[in-house]
Design a binder for this molecule. Structure first.
Ligand code: PEP
Ligand code: MG
Length: 765
């Protein structure tokens, strides 16, 4: 790239921004080819994208070749230099392209004059989506910097292409758009299949996430807007007055700009137009602000680009007024609502009327995100990590969630709906078939008994757990009631919550985990902002830094267990011996304090640690000696052993409880804890999966604790799997070195035992 020009980084940033803010996908491609041709000072830049149906790379946009060739010229993977680049999945840089044996000439492109040629693949998640090509007359070889520039650009833009593909925009560009079902792919968060209508959840004061929604009462919506605008004008004037002594007149000129933008003929009339076209006030506002932002983004003048932030600011002010005046609970949740959102947190999920919710779909998150675990506990089919989800346009859309396949079907065809209704019926029969296991003991055909407990958090879990014959609570996630409040609950408030759980199961044990926040578990009133939250301030690290929070909680647990004597206390995220000693000392202190206060019959509970980090695995004997029991938190242990963020859908394929390192680590913990005489349970999601459950049983766990939704499946599995067989299988599998091989073997065994329908997606059959 020639000198004395914007830096490569600046040029890249600019192109990516322009492409991102283009009003349509076709415009984005046109901007891309034009800007790349200019930036590289070449004569031709073209984009070829893969058409999945024909498996051909189609010329989609060009600057320099004959525009009539767009959509007409296409190549198979074994054709031409473009095909070669796609096959090799690497850049091709040629000085004299026409003399290359793979060169293919298309007269309709008029490309005979170009010698120098560079092609770079557009890759997303290991797949070729297309090829970006630059050509020049001069017989020269592009330098390394130029090729690197194109590779970087292509990598940054691959997301835009992937998104467009999912949205069906590729077909639209080619003029063959159909009204077909749209399919989005994510990951299973909680098993199940459901059919319903989307309700978009979005955080307040976030313009980008406001969904489109059809307007019901036009007059009312316009009035709503007028009132909001009037209030913002009044605020701006008041601000202007307040600042008159502080700001210079030219700085205060901004307020005039704002007022001009708020003039009836400016933004308000544009928004009103959109409302009249059918969108509600908030959606109309988003559309208008978006459009202005895009226009500003295209401008070269840095001053005007700066005005983007003013428009945005004004948009947010209007939005806040619109949201303020929206009366509480005006939100309607029809039966079978499917919650859709960019990032649905546990707190957001728990706020809605759950009896109306039949599914959840979140653009972010992965299988073991906290929200997914809670959804599993509630038995709500959930798909997470749907990175291409066009959230704002889905409100009220009819859809099918197939969580087994991690798939979402929007506007399903009649045939698809029929097929899924059948699957749902089959599912219900399967569940009904499991009812027989409600009263049974989990005992293998060769007579080994396995204790099955549940993981709880909500009161709703209790009834389900008891109905399914749980033998106690292996993990009570105490952070869940904390999430449902607007401040830390007080000691008496906590005592009552804990008492309900303890009483419901007494005399069976209830293992209460002390507050486990941080990582992906945020309390709205105690936000923790860190660069690496998973490696930061979480679990016992927080409660040791805040003994006032820890002591209140432990005191409440101890008081709640008075007279029941079924409390176990579990410490999360333990990494060092001193954390255990300090926490145990605090628990002892709480017992003494309460005894001194003399109000309750207080006994010292059994105390345990969670094994969630590799350090705790390696030092398990040292840690276990200091407590009464050990419980493996396999969700976090898998994340830390494999260095795979449990919330990141990009690396979700790597997150596997069948990874040999996970299985070997878990077995090591069982053996070591038993060697020092301590019982071991496992309360991560591994315990609730029939496939891994039989391996855990073979390892000799004393207790498996899982979501109530999985209890009957696992009990059935145990009742049909002889311990001798499970042990043989485990020994065999511990020799294998690939997660997928291990998983395949387990599935074979489950199939042979007639249990495959407990783990397989019904819809695949
Ligand atoms: C775990 O990490 O396995 C666990 C049970 O805790 P959570 O999923 O709540 O982090
Ligand atoms: Mg954990």
């Amino acid at each position: 790239m020639p000198q004395n020009e914007p830096s490569m980084l600046e040029t890249l940033r600019r192109i990516v921004q322009d492409v991102d803010s283009a009003p349509s996908f076709q415009a984005a491609l046109e901007i891309l080819v034009r800007s790349v041709r200019d930036a590289t000072h070449t004569e031709v830049c073209s984009v070829y994208l893969l058409d999945d149906r024909t498996e051909r790379l189609v010329l989609m946009a060009t600057e320099g070749l004959n525009a009539n060739a767009i959509g007409m010229v296409s190549l198979a993977f074994d054709e031409g230099l473009v095909g070669l680049c796609a096959t090799r999945e690497e850049p091709i840089n040629l000085q004299d392209a026409p003399n290359h044996p793979r060169y293919r000439y298309f007269p309709e492109t008029g490309e005979e004059h170009y010698n120098a040629f560079v092609a770079v693949p557009i890759m997303n998640r290991r797949k070729v989506l297309g090829v970006l090509v630059v050509q020049q007359r001069t017989n020269r070889r592009f330098d390394e910097g130029e090729v690197a520039f194109l590779v970087t650009l292509s990598a940054q833009l691959s997301g835009v292409v992937a998104h467009a593909k999912v949205m069906g925009q590729l077909e639209m560009v080619r003029g063959s758009r159909t009204t077909q079902t749209q399919i989005y792919q994510g990951i299973m968060g909680a098993a199940g299949v459901t059919l319903g209508r989307a309700v978009v959840l979005y955080p307040p004061a976030d313009l980008e996430q406001v969904p489109d929604r059809s307007v019901e009462d036009l007059e009312h919506e316009l009035e709503f807007l007028a009132r909001a605008i009037e209030e913002v004008r009044a605020d701006v004037r008041a601000l202007d007055d307040r600042m008159s002594g502080t700001l210079m007149p030219e700085e205060r000129a901004l307020f005039d700009v704002y007022l001009r933008m708020l003039d009836d003929h400016a933004l308000p009339s544009e928004i009103a137009e959109r409302i009249e076209a059918g969108n509600w006030a908030q959606g109309a506002l988003r559309e208008v602000i978006d459009e202005h932002m895009q226009n500003f983004a295209m401008m070269d003048d840095p001053y005007l680009r700066e005005r983007m932030s003013d428009v945005r600011d004004l948009g947010l002010r209007i939005l806040a007024k619109l949201q303020d005046s929206e009366t509480e609970d005006t939100r309607e949740f029809p039966d079978n609502s499917i919650l859709i959102g960019e990032d649905i947190s546990t707190a957001m999920l728990l706020e809605v009327p759950l009896d109306k919710v039949s599914g959840v779909v979140s653009a972010t998150g992965a299988a073991n995100s906290h929200m997914a675990i809670v959804a599993r506990a509630l038995g709500i089919p959930t798909v997470v990590g749907v990175s291409d989800l066009p959230v704002t346009s889905l409100d009220d859309a009819e859809m099918i969630v197939d969580a087994y396949l991690g798939r979402l079907f929007v506007q399903p065809s009649r045939a698809l709906r029929k097929r899924y209704k059948d699957i749902i019926k089959e599912e219900q029969q399967l569940v009904a078939g499991l009812d027989a296991y409600k009263q049974k003991e989990a005992i293998t055909p060769d007579g080994h008994v396995v204790a099955l407990c549940v993981n709880t958090g909500l009161m709703a879990d209790v009834a389900r757990a008891k109905d399914r014959g749980a033998e106690g609570v292996g993990l009570y996630r105490s952070e869940i009631p904390f999430m449902l409040r607007e401040r830390f609950p007080g000691e008496e408030e906590q005592r009552q919550i804990y008492r309900q759980q303890l009483e419901a199961f007494a005399p069976k044990p209830v293992t209460m985990r002390t507050l486990d926040i941080g990582g992906d578990k945020d309390l709205p009133y105690f936000p923790i902002r860190e660069d690496n939250p998973a490696l930061g301030w979480r679990g016992v690290r927080i409660t040791l830094d805040h003994p006032e929070i820890f002591m209140v909680q432990v005191r409440a647990m101890l008081k709640a267990s008075s007279g029941l004597d079924n409390l176990n206390i579990l410490l999360p995220m333990v990494t060092t011996v001193s954390e255990v000693e300090d926490s145990v000392a605090l628990i002892h202190r709480a017992v003494e304090e309460l005894r001194e206060e003399g109000e309750f019959d207080i006994r010292l509970p059994r105390i345990g640690i969670m094994v969630e980090v590799p350090a705790a695995v390696i030092q398990i004997a040292d840690l276990a000696k200091r407590v009464d029991f050990v419980s493996i938190g396999s969700n976090d242990l898998t994340q830390y052993l494999l260095a795979v963020d449990r919330n990141n859908s990009r690396v979700a394929d790597l997150y596997s409880p069948y990874h040999p390192a996970v299985l070997r680590a878990v077995r090591y913990v069982v053996n070591e804890a038993h060697r020092v005489g301590k019982p071991v349970s496992i309360c991560g999601e591994m315990a609730g999966d029939p496939g891994t459950a039989i391996l855990l049983m073979a390892m000799g766990f004393d207790t498996l604790s899982m979501s109530a939704s999985n209890l009957l499946k696992v009990r059935k599995t145990i009742c049909h799997t002889p311990m001798a067989l499970a042990k043989d299988l485990l020994e065999q599998l511990l020799e294998l070195d690939r997660p997928q091989d291990i998983r395949d073997e387990v599935e074979k065994v489950l199939s042979a035992l007639g249990l495959h329908n407990l783990t397989r997606a019904r819809s695949e059959s």
